[in-house]
Design a protein around this ligand. Structure first.
Ligand code: HEM
Length: 408
């Protein structure tokens, strides 16, 4: 593999990464690493191989959540969660929740996200883009999709912040907060069962009560996954994208002066360059599988480093360079295959609209504290991102356009 030059390691400004993710330049396509649990895990670092593995049914998610399976994180995933299932159980459950995440359904949310973004930025010349922008945008969006009442968005955001450690906290402090968030989610489900309404919560509650299409454990795990995954990823991703742009002021200038129709391409490059989830969930081989020179034995675990795949020089020209005109900017930031991110379209829309409105509000964006002193989420967290991101907003927004560069 060609030399890697991960900006997160070299500049130290994309925050800490888990120790077992190799930082060295000449990392092989498949390497053996020791996870924080002490378990040995295969790590796939190549783009094409990573994509292939994520669609390969010889690797199982269900086998990766059993108590005896090698694991990356000490906290075992819920075996009833959508992310923990293989087909056909996975297909059945995913079909139940697909509809509000289709491009068409997400397009219907865009205007609301834009109006809120404008309101949050109005009259500001300094703003913490985590606490005062990404968090309220993300909370409102996912709560609207699920059908959490408007008056309770702040309650959800506060509980989720403490439970997931988005702006503060250690894993120990998160324990009781997680219990409180779970209790709130159970309360939401109970209410949806009594009065379903038309949103995801109601649809799922009805599917449980009337059709027996999912078990109570699956229902609870699904709502928890949608609320949590839908909330913290979008917050971290906006923070990371803005940090990348602050590190590359020329790219911010391009974005700030680009017509709206071109920001979709810029978003893909930002997703490639600073993926908020640096690696896939663990999969376990059902049988011996040869991956290049390596044989992954049945029962062994494997993870795809989405971050390394996004910087594989065979798939991306000059991968360390942030080039928002790169198109297409291919990446594995949303995973691939059956478990590919359900909220990808929603996440893309939120990121694009948040950046467009930021660029419309201010042509000048500078960090209010030096980037190297930004505090970051703990490296063991599945989702990364800055805990705070205070920036200064100056000047007025967009005026002229630009073109896409070509890409291998
Ligand atoms: C930039 C933001 C986001 C990123 C980078 C991201 C990334 C990912 C990745 C990498 C996976 C697959 C992991 C694997 O297969 O190993 C995934 C799955 C998933 N994501 Fe996202 N995600 C984001 C936002 C969201 C949002 C907004 C939602 C909304 C609910 C969401 C819901 C889910 C769900 C439900 C799954 C599991 C899908 C399945 O197992 O079938 N994500 N995400």
């Amino acid at each position: 593999m060609n030399p890697l030059n991960l900006p997160s390691r070299t500049a130290g400004q994309h925050g800490p990464l888990p120790d077992f993710l190799p930082a060295e330049a000449d990392v092989a396509d498949v390497v053996s690493v020791i996870a924080p649990t002490g378990d040995r895990i295969w790590l796939v670092t190549a783009y094409d191989l990573g994509r292939a593995v994520l669609t390969d049914e010889r690797f199982s998610r269900a086998a990766a959540v059993t108590p005896e399976a090698p694991a990356v994180h000490p906290m075992r995933p819920d075996p009833a969660a959508l992310t923990s299932l293989d087909p056909p159980q996975h297909t059945r459950l995913r079909r139940l929740v697909n509809r509000p995440f289709t491009p068409r359904a997400v397009a219907g949310l865009e205007e609301g996200i834009r109006r809120q973004a404008r309101r949050l930025l109005a009259g500001r010349d300094r703003i913490d883009l985590v606490a005062e922008y990404a968090m309220p945008l993300s909370a409102t969006t996912i709560c609207r999709v699920l059908g959490v009442p408007e008056a309770e968005h702040d309650r959800f955001a506060g509980l989720a912040d403490r439970a997931l450690g988005i702006t503060t906290g250690t894993f120990e402090e998160q324990g009781p907060a997680r219990d409180a968030l779970r209790a709130y989610i159970r309360e939401l489900i109970d209410r949806a069962r009594r009065d379903p309404g038309e949103h995801v919560l109601g649809t799922l509650a009805t599917a449980y009560d009337e059709g027996g299409a999912l078990s109570h454990d699956e229902l609870t795990a699904l709502v928890e996954l949608l609320l949590n995954a839908g909330y913290e990823t979008s917050i971290g991703q906006l923070g990371l994208a803005v940090v990348s742009l602050l590190e590359h002021p020329d790219q911010w200038h391009r974005l700030a002066t680009a017509p709206h129709r071109e920001t979709a391409a810029a978003v893909e490059e930002l997703l490639r360059h600073a993926p908020v989830v640096p690696m896939s969930f663990t999969r376990v081989a059902r049988q011996d599988v040869r991956l290049g020179p390596v044989v992954v034995r049945a029962g062994e675990a494997l993870v795809v480093s989405l971050l390394h795949a996004n910087f594989d020089a065979r798939a991306h020209r000059d991968p360390a360079r942030l080039d928002i005109t790169r198109c297409p900017a291919r990446h594995l930031t949303f995973g691939h295959g059956a478990h590919t991110c359900l909220g990808a379209q929603l996440a893309r829309t939120q990121l694009r609209v948040a950046l467009e409105e930021l660029a419309t509000a201010a042509s000048g964006l500078t960090p209010h504290i030096p980037l190297p002193s930004l505090p970051w989420r703990q490296p063991e967290a599945v989702v990364r991102g800055p805990l705070t991101l205070p920036v200064n907003l100056t000047g007025s927004g967009r005026s002229w356009g630009r073109r896409c560069s070509s890409q291998p």
